[in-house]
Design a protein. Sequence first.
Length: 518
Amino acid sequence: MNNQVEKLRLIYKPFLIIAIGVISGYTLLNWLIFINLHLFSLNEDIINIWIPMALPWIPILVWLRPRIKLLSLKRKKGGDLPGLFIMIAGFAIVAPTLVAQSYIEKATGKLTPLESITQIDKQELTKYYSIRTFYIDKRHIGFQTKFDVGGKHSENFNMNVFVALPIFETAADTSNSNCLAWYGVKYHEQISNRLNEQEKQDRFQKFARESQANFYSKDLYRFIYLDRIGNTDEHQGFNEAIKNNKRFSGSSTTVLIPVDQPFEERNGDKLGWIFGSFGIGALIWLIILLIPKFDSETLEKFTNGKPVEEAETKELFSFFIPKEGFYITPIIMDLNIMIFILMVFAGLGFMSFKAVDLLGWGANFKPLTTNGEWWRLISNTFLHGGFMHLLANMYGLLFVGIFLEPRLGKIKYAAIYLITGVLASIASLWWHDAKVSVGASGAIFGLYGVFLALLLTKVYPKEFNKAFLASTLIFIGYNLLVGLTGGIDNAAHIGGLVSGFLIGLVLYPQLKQDEVRL
């Protein structure tokens, strides 16, 4: 019984403090900085999704993880019990934090009644509006089609149509060259990215016809209130639609979405879900916490004020710090991650970026690259289409870099990365006439090409060759097969792989000779 009480005191109480602190603290800061004071603008997906998903892990890893180490949780083959405890604790905090951000934004949003749309820029900025007198101009619309890919392996193809209609006080006001707000309508459909170009074209034509039919039959005046869109990817789509309206393109970019339900029901049962999701997560974590025993030796050290060793955490962060024998790989990883973070905080997205934004940051695109912007051959290798793209590439780079960089040395390794990256980009230009290409994967495949050549020529010890040759071939084969399904620049992959393999064969005699000398 004393052990269970100690668990509650040493582990469960800190968990509750972290959970309550993160959920209430971040929700309060969100309301104060972004919702109430509007101190600066940040993409709402970052505020309401990505920060709440990332923030809880910091105190969990720093404060709670050493306390979880007090339990007798042996790492078993095929499993990681300490990691499982951390994951459950994290999700128990992440879920209610996400719900709380959605709730606070809607719960604190004011409903501002307007006599006419002309009053919208004379009132304090708010989220919701009701309008007594207004006219929606259906003759002068702006629209924009947007396509993007999603999923871990870019398996989803998203089709979006954004329609923006000018809102005036009366029909007579359409003779003006300016409107104060826009009425927004969005149509969306997701299909498989594995379809060929003709199938995608046919599906889009069908989607466009159905969207057009729905729009022209839609009763635009059937709503109870209007929801003003904040700084979101959706708002960017509507902004493009507004720009395409030649008559009113210089007008306000305030976009209002019609909502046909009572204002009091805007939050549904989100408040209950905040407490419910936290209660369920906290209960599950409590149950699993009561099962294992304390590790008596570790507990004694902890109670005597000696810190619990965190070798795994130090090892994890060491991958991002240049050191002797592993110098260039961390620098490349850090550069890729830093550029990705800059793009996120520039409000360009997180899970995926738009092609036009990638072009602005240096993506490879034949009409631009061959027109004198040759720097895109290398700049595109430090850009990624989204979070999953970055994560997959950095994992692949880390794996090959650990074994290849010490063997080649930092100068050869860096040179091969840049050379194969450029050759991969050239292969992409040769194969594709108008494809926006980004990613470190071409250069990474170049490194794998070198690695494969050295494995086949037995530069590495026999036991090492036996362990890694099969896994390397499987890794390369799997990624090339995935690339054949569409949505991935396989030309860059093959260009990098072949050039890297040939470079590896050229380097083989010297590396073999160096091994003999050792």
